[in-house]
Design a protein around this ligand. Structure first.
Ligand SMILES: [Zn+2]
Length: 229
């Protein structure tokens, strides 16, 4: 990956047949995907030709929302106030989640990494609990649940029962999180997106309609949190 200008990154792909521009909401850049053997000067020309479009896309990206003392974070969709108490005399960072506060006592000037780690563990536990519960309903076994910082998929699974989710689901309302889990668990029985798959997915969801629509309409916003400009 090489930067062409501040907002465009180059990505060579064995699968790409022609050049294409893709807006990346997590990395806040536009990727120029190009075939493996395409020439670099053609890529530069392509970017030049599309300069106006690229600028427009970058400008219309929703603003990033870095962690700041006093801000509200939607944890499982519920408003939680972030309280960062900095004290250089502290030995380590301690994070506690109460009913409506996320309290961070820290000796770090920028505790973003610690906050993210805490949220990852929090959502992993919740996702694991839901995954096991739903798998049991259809007599399937979940072998492992991990979270990652994926940007195009909210979840994935394999035939061995190993599930993986995007940690940013921690900022989604419960119905959306629940739907994503139902979706992956339904794949343990049907590996396709057939009618039978969707029927099972609906059955396994607490509120399929709300969850499905929320994630499709608002999913991109989950990428905004925790990153400074
Ligand atoms: Zn699927």
């Amino acid at each position: 990956m090489a930067p062409i200008n501040k907002h465009v990154k180059l990505k060579r792909s064995a699968k790409a047949r022609r050049m294409a521009l893709r807006v990346d909401y997590r990395d806040r850049v536009v990727y120029l995907v190009m075939p493996k053997r395409a020439r670099l000067d053609t890529a530069y020309d392509f970017v030049r030709e599309n300069r106006a479009w690229i600028a427009e896309q970058i400008e219309s990206l929703p603003e990033a929302i870095p962690y700041k003392h006093g801000m509200n974070l939607p944890i499982f969709g519920k408003k939680v106030r972030l309280e960062i108490n900095y004290d250089s005399a502290l030995k380590k960072t301690d994070i506690t989640l109460t009913k409506n506060k996320l309290i961070v006592n820290t000796n770090k000037e920028d505790p973003s990494g610690r906050i993210e780690r805490f949220l990852r563990e929090l959502v992993r536990d919740k996702l694991a609990e839901l995954s096991h519960k739903k798998a049991k309903i259809i007599n399937k076994k979940v072998r492992s649940v991990t979270v990652r910082d994926t940007k195009s998929r909210w979840g994935s699974c394999d035939d061995k029962g190993q599930l993986s989710y995007c940690w940013r689901l921690v900022f989604a309302p419960y119905e959306a999180l629940d739907y994503i889990v139902a979706h992956e668990i339904a794949h343990l029985r049907h590996l396709d997106h057939s009618t039978r798959f969707w029927n099972l997915c609906r059955e396994l969801s607490d509120d399929y309609v709300e969850g499905y629509h929320w994630i499709h309409n608002n999913g991109r916003d989950l990428m905004r949190y925790g990153k400074a400009e």
